[in-house]
Design a protein. Structure first.
Length: 260
């Protein structure tokens, strides 16, 4: 029997639960653990408590749904609907006291992104989408999101979390793009993708992503009229090397440049 999709409002329910746990811990002296086998991969009590709170709500309201979370792994990955959760995307910014982090809440239906939200508890901003439309909420107000037109690489604003994401042949491929754009900025994590949807930036290029880093952001950017793919032009839902842009014409040019 086919299940019905949860309403978009349930994204806010999950975001409220995560925010209530995370916000009191932001800019406090939290203990930071390193869970990385290679390189520094920080995690805090805020990450774990926020994901636990969201998982409980999903279990209470949609017990038949699956979950993929950064901190506690997968449950029922083969379910028709699967929630993809990153309680704090940008933990490095979080532990540094910088507000360039967010709660990522994504929903897959039969493996395809369906709903997504990035919630920033400190600023009170929420960016959400359903692949057909996207919206921004803050202080009770709501407005539509729309990516801007930018067909030329030389006019583009490019965002990425760090140039150190790119290794081997990916590094010169990324450099071919960065050297051609108007502005390049680092350190944005999930915020960069939302700035595309809001029409303030044009391009994000990243590598080494996990599904929980990107699934929630795809419905937002696509709902705002943009495009998100792998470097090869396929689905980005599995993570890996990702390109997001606000203008489909620019996207095609960037894929060509990355391919060399």
């Amino acid at each position: 029997m086919m299940q019905s999709a949860p309403p978009p409002e349930f994204l806010d329910v999950l975001a409220d639960a995560a925010s209530s746990v995370i916000l009191p811990l932001f800019r406090t002296r939290l203990t930071v653990e390193d869970k990385g086998a290679k390189g520094f991969d920080p995690v805090t009590l805020a990450d774990r408590a926020a994901e636990a709170a969201m998982r409980k709500l999903v279990g209470d309201h949609y017990p038949e749904h699956g979950i993929i979370g950064e901190e506690y792994g997968p449950e029922r990955e083969d379910a028709e609907f699967v929630w993809v959760l990153d309680p704090i995307d940008g933990t490095r910014s979080f532990i540094a006291g910088l507000p360039l982090w967010g709660v990522l809440i994504g929903l897959l239906h039969k493996g395809q992104p369906l709903l997504g939200m990035m919630a920033q508890p400190f600023t009170g901003e929420r960016f959400a989408g359903d692949c057909r439309s996207a919206w921004f909420t803050r202080n009770g107000g709501r407005e539509p999101l729309a990516a801007r037109s930018c067909a030329e690489v030389g006019a583009a604003v490019l965002l990425t979390t760090s140039p150190h994401l790119f290794r081997g042949n990916d590094r010169p491929a990324y450099a071919r793009v960065e050297s051609a754009v108007r502005v390049a900025r680092y350190g944005t994590d999930c915020y960069g993708y939302c700035m595309i949807a809001a029409g303030h930036a044009d391009l994000v290029i990243e590598a080494g992503l996990q599904p929980y880093d990107i699934v929630a952001l795809i419905p937002i950017i696509e709902g705002a009229g943009g495009r998100v793919t792998s470097w090869e032009g396929g689905s980005a839902a599995g993570g890996g090397r990702v390109v997001a842009s606000g203008d489909h014409r620019l996207h095609d040019v960037i894929l060509e440049r990355l391919a060399g």
